[in-house]
Write a protein that binds this ligand. Structure first.
Ligand code: ZN
Length: 376
């Protein structure tokens, strides 16, 4: 194992953050990149990687790693240091208001320009050229702020990985996974090892989130260059939502770490035959559904909430999600499911303001347009 540190640009005198990465196995072969807590107050993944690292150390010591595995347990040191009036807040950058998992650079069009005369009919050759081009473009980005520097440093570490898992969590939720259409089978394999209850599929999520900006260039270049200059889809980048904010425990984290370890074994990244034996004992994974079919239930009025539905419940159209009670008039509004589907997350608050998103339900049918599928 090798540890590396990446100092971020200094934003203010005597105040410098850095990223720390742990590297297992040999560079030059396949590569896996795992990061936790890009939204810095989403902590389950941090504890999962704590439990995973000894497994990787043992596999490395026994010569069973078939790849390089890069682990970044604290992907957002800027957000991790943000506490406001005793409340830890790691989703938005205090300095700019930006969501930490948005506005990663889209390299697609720049790569097309850079590589227009370089690609050949050899897909593997093209893959190497594209990864080198990504690195060249990332090295050329001017980072004005510590946040810019952090985004680029994370992209530099992940851009040439075959598998990228970005570990997040939702408010109160069951385990769910986001992936692109090219990698439905990989997402199902990962989901089966982790016991995912929902797998959400989309190619154009929108907003420049980390995983999309890693898989999108491969889609865009393939579309642009066509069959004459083949571009393989070389990056399975997935956001994994490890349940809810409060679901942080050794019991859950050690089980999730084992699930990720076994997924990496099943993917051929670690030699360990016990993973496939374990897989055979697991129940079939949930059927993937389109992210465009995920619908949010909103609060029609303000008031104090009492939930009826729990994360993971399979709801029919019209099933009750919660009551909202106006504390002055005593009137009760009942919020019901707008579609058939699995309610996979709900907000952590118990007071609703009018129009607030309360719960997300994954339906089978696409209802929304791709391109702006995530909330703030
Ligand atoms: Zn998140």
């Amino acid at each position: 194992m090798r540890m590396e540190q990446y100092p971020l640009p200094i934003g203010s005198a005597n105040c410098q953050y850095s990223l720390t990465s742990f590297h297992y196995g040999q560079t030059g072969a396949k590569k896996v990149y795992l990061q936790a807590s890009l939204h810095a107050d989403e902590l389950p993944g941090m504890l999962v990687l704590h439990h995973l690292r000894p497994m990787l150390e043992q596999a490395e010591a026994e010569g069973r790693l078939q790849c390089e595995i890069v682990v970044v347990p604290v992907a957002n040191p800027i957000g991790l240091g943000q506490t406001f009036m005793h409340d830890q807040m790691g989703r938005f950058d205090f300095a700019s208001g930006a969501n930490f998992n948005r506005s990663f650079p889209d390299l697609s069009e720049l790569l097309i320009t850079l590589l227009v005369d370089s690609l050949s009919d050899n897909a593997q050759h093209n893959m190497r050229l594209i990864r080198a081009g990504m690195r060249q473009l990332l090295d050329a980005v001017e980072c004005r702020t510590p946040l810019d520097g952090m985004r680029i440093a994370l992209m530099r570490m992940a851009h040439d990985a075959d598998i990228v898992l970005d570990l997040h969590c939702d408010c109160e939720a069951v385990l769910h996974i986001y992936a692109s259409l090219d990698h439905v089978a990989e997402a199902e394999l990962l989901g089966r090892h982790l016991g995912a209850r929902v797998i959400l599929i989309a190619d154009a999520i929108g907003g420049g989130c980390f995983d999309e900006m890693l898989f999108k260039p491969w889609l865009r270049l393939r579309e642009h260059f066509g069959a004459e200059f083949p571009v393989p889809q070389s990056c399975f980048a997935s956001t994994v939502e490890l349940r809810g904010e409060q679901d942080v425990s050794h019991q859950l984290a050690s089980a999730d770490a084992l699930g990720i370890y076994r997924y990496l074994c099943s993917s051929g990244m670690i030699a360990d035959g016990t993973a496939d034996a374990a897989l055979a004992t697991l129940a079939a994974v949930c059927a993937p559904t389109p992210l465009t079919g995920s619908v949010t239930a909103y609060a029609p009025e303000s008031g104090v909430m009492s939930y009826v539905a729990r994360p993971g419940d399979a709801l029919q159209f019209g099933d009750v999600i919660c009551d909202i009670v106006d504390p002055l008039t005593g009137r009760t509004h009942t919020v019901t499911s707008p579609i058939d589907g699995v309610m996979y997350s709900r907000v952590i608050f118990r007071y609703a303001t009018r129009g607030m998103g309360l719960a997300k339900i994954a339906g089978k049918l696409g209802q929304r347009s791709e391109g702006s599928l995530l909330g703030p």
